[in-house]
Design a protein around this ligand. Structure first.
Ligand SMILES: *[C@@H]1O[C@H](CO)[C@@H](O)[C@H](O)[C@H]1NC(C)=O
Ligand SMILES: *[C@@H]1O[C@H](CO)[C@@H](O)[C@H](O)[C@H]1NC(C)=O
Length: 188
């Protein structure tokens, strides 16, 4: 019986983390209880974060300040060149610059949204879907062709600010290249 009671108490104990402000003289302020993410908060953060990549979603820095921290870091396999796995983006300004960069693109009217969301206390993982239309640029398919592929993100949340401070992304971009007819034509 004792073991059963202990086990049933565990989810309650693990649903909060105790963050305490530290002072140089070694004292701690009164403990501040930071609650772990709820399912609804995880879904909301994932949906709002991934939507920042939608076509036209970001036009001013204010479109990012309610979702990422100023020292936000993003890792993915595309932004710094072919599968380099280097930090793609460091800081909110660099993120803003990458999202608002102009130039020709093979797709337009892109939207991205989570298909399903998993989370622990402050980290969220989700499968996302990308949907867009071909522009005909660098493609062997006509403009207007419907495109879609999937990817997976892991985002870490600063629970006091409720903002994303770190993101790791991996997308099936090869499927987009296939849908655009780029393989063997624009890329090896
Ligand atoms: C952010 O994510 C990257 C890639 O997963 C990881 O290497 C790095 O340690 C993380 N940084 C922080 C501050 O959590
Ligand atoms: C268009 O294709 C060329 C290769 O033919 C490539 O170097 C260039 O990066 C592509 N541009 C875009 C925006 O994909």
């Amino acid at each position: 019986m004792h073991a059963i009671h202990l086990l049933s108490a565990l989810p309650l104990l693990s649903s909060v983390v105790h963050a305490r402000a530290w002072f140089p003289w070694g004292a701690y302020a009164h403990p501040v209880t930071v609650k772990c993410l709820t399912d609804e908060q995880a879904q909301d953060l994932a949906t709002r974060y991934v939507s920042r990549y939608d076509t036209g979603a970001v036009t001013t820095l204010a479109d990012l300040t309610s979702i990422v921290t100023t020292d936000f870091t993003s890792y993915d396999e595309t932004a710094t060149g072919g599968y380099s796995n280097q930090p793609a983006t460091q800081g909110i300004q660099e993120f803003f610059d990458s999202l608002t960069a102009s130039g020709p693109s093979s797709f337009t009217n892109a939207v991205q949204y989570p298909l399903f969301v998993l989370h622990d206390c402050n980290t969220i993982s989700y499968r996302w879907q990308f949907e867009a239309y071909s522009t005909g640029y660098n493609a062997t398919v006509p403009a207007g062709k419907f495109l879609k592929f999937k990817g997976t993100d892991i985002i870490s949340i600063d629970l006091e600010k409720m903002l994303v401070y770190n993101a790791t992304s991996s997308g099936d971009w090869i499927n987009l290249a296939r849908e655009l007819g780029q393989i063997g034509n624009f890329f090896p």
